[in-house]
Design a protein around this ligand. Structure first.
Ligand code: S3P
Length: 164
């Protein structure tokens, strides 16, 4: 593994992982896409069938399998919430980069896609609250935190590369 991206839904993990993969000529593994590939179901389908609890177990299992991957790992917004996941992420021994977006910007981004069972129902206040609740988990995991609101993916990518 080269680096790990963490952060709330809509913080740009998937987009930035693609940019980093191109810039660094490294393969990219997106945990949510890997879950969907293995389960042959979309994330909303997994939530509908197995609930959040079932999804979290699958997420943990796929993380455990993926942690030896050599490249760039984009996690899901809830991946660092479990202590065993946090331990896996830290044990990878590579930089863990936290991407951050404001509640208003997050709301704007989440409106563009209807594929987040936990995020799509939230208004700006709900997003702010959930971000606050999750911040301690992200802080425990991250080496560096990067604000994404007013910067292009190319600029964010360049900033991350400085930390490698
Ligand atoms: C989740 C974030 C999603 C996905 C699932 C749960 C969360 O990933 O793993 O819907 O709890 O924050 P993204 O952060 O890629 O949207």
């Amino acid at each position: 593994m080269k680096l790990i991206l963490i952060g709330f839904m809509g913080s740009g993990k998937t987009t930035i992982s693609q940019f980093l993969g191109q810039q660094l000529a490294e393969p990219v593994l997106d945990l949510d896409r890997e879950i969907e590939r293995q389960q042959q179901q979309t994330i909303p389908q997994i939530f509908a069938q197995s609930g959040e609890k079932g999804f979290r177990q699958i997420e943990h299992d796929v993380l455990q399998q993926s942690i030896g991957f050599s490249g760039i790992l984009a996690t899901g917004g809830g991946t660092p919430l479990r202590a065993d996941n946090l331990q896996l992420l830290r044990q990878a021994g590579v930089p863990v980069i936290l991407l951050v977006a404001s509640p208003a910007e997050t709301y704007r981004r989440l409106q563009q896609q209807d594929n987040r069972p936990l995020g799509n129902k939230l208004d700006v206040a709900g997003i702010r609250q959930l971000q606050r609740d999750r911040q301690p988990f992200y802080d425990r995991c991250a080496d560096v935190s990067i604000m994404t609101d007013d910067r292009t993916p190319a600029e964010i990518t360049q900033e991350i590369i400085k930390y490698l």
